[in-house]
Design a protein around this ligand. Structure first.
Ligand SMILES: C[S@@+](CC[C@H](N)C(=O)[O-])C[C@H]1O[C@@H](n2cnc3c(N)ncnc32)[C@H](O)[C@@H]1O
Length: 227
């Protein structure tokens, strides 16, 4: 099984688990780019988004898309490749005006969509090969459109990021489930900057987000713009 199929399977298993136990994500009042409860940058990094067209890449249960549509009057498409994650989003947020949930691969969607003003992703983009996702993101954003996303900086075992473009297989223990294998791109800030520039983006900021307590995981928040 290739890495992206493995990721879809892991998230499908996770979504089914949440459906089976009837879990509903608490409605967020802000985006947590690192982990829920962190004290880092929030929804504000997206700037003024009222009336703008956004894509949430790898929306999971859909809570951030619903938050931006409901609390910031953004017009949000939210896509996830795992059918059970899509079902969770529909179950909880289908009635929120201004948000539209889509099931499918984000890259396929970006290759044929009407270009967005802004694409954001909270820990979704790291599951996609940058050579596949970034050309599609360039195509799927209007000129000057923004790309804002968080990814792992150190992996789930605290290992540092890679300075070459390689995926790593990780075993993650999703709440209450057997360990699941996933493939992730855990890249250094310099490498993210290089690949973004190579694909026609300007990089505006890359911040490291440290989690609370003695959690060894560090996240990156990357803000870029289609040049
Ligand atoms: C770590 S979860 C994050 C979910 C959500 N953004 C959040 O913050 O709770 C990553 C999500 O990305 C989705 N994903 C992975 N590859 C994808 C792809 N190619 N297209 C769309 N979604 C994808 C997974 O199914 C999963 O729901």
């Amino acid at each position: 099984m290739n890495g992206e199929k493995m990721n879809r399977q892991a998230w499908t298993v996770y979504g089914q688990y949440q459906l089976d136990r009837g879990f509903r994500t608490p409605d967020p009042v802000q985006i947590h780019w690192g982990t829920p409860g962190d004290a880092g940058p929030d929804t504000g990094v997206l700037g003024g988004i009222g009336g703008k067209r956004l894509l949430d890449l790898g929306c999971g249960g859909g809570h951030y898309a619903a938050h931006l549509a409901r609390d910031h009057r953004a017009v949000v498409d939210a896509i996830d490749v795992a059918p059970t994650q899509y079902q969770r989003a529909l179950l909880q947020y289908v009635d929120v005006p201004g948000v539209c949930f889509l099931l499918g691969d984000a890259v396929d969607h970006l290759r044929r969509c009407e270009p967005y003003d802004l694409v954001y992703s909270v820990h979704g983009l790291g599951y996609l090969h940058p050579h596949r996702s970034l050309p599609a993101l360039h195509r799927g954003l209007r000129p000057g459109g923004r790309l804002v996303f968080s990814v792992l900086h150190t992996d789930l075992h605290g290992q540092p990021p890679s300075s070459s473009l390689e995926t790593r297989q990780l075993t993650v223990q999703l709440k209450g489930l057997e360990p699941q294998d996933v493939h992730l791109w855990v890249l250094s800030p310099q490498l993210w900057e290089d690949v973004l520039i190579d694909h026609g983006f300007t990089v505006e900021a890359i911040d490291l987000l440290h989690r609370q307590g003695d959690d060894p995981v560090v996240d990156q928040l990357i803000q870029a713009r289609r040049a």
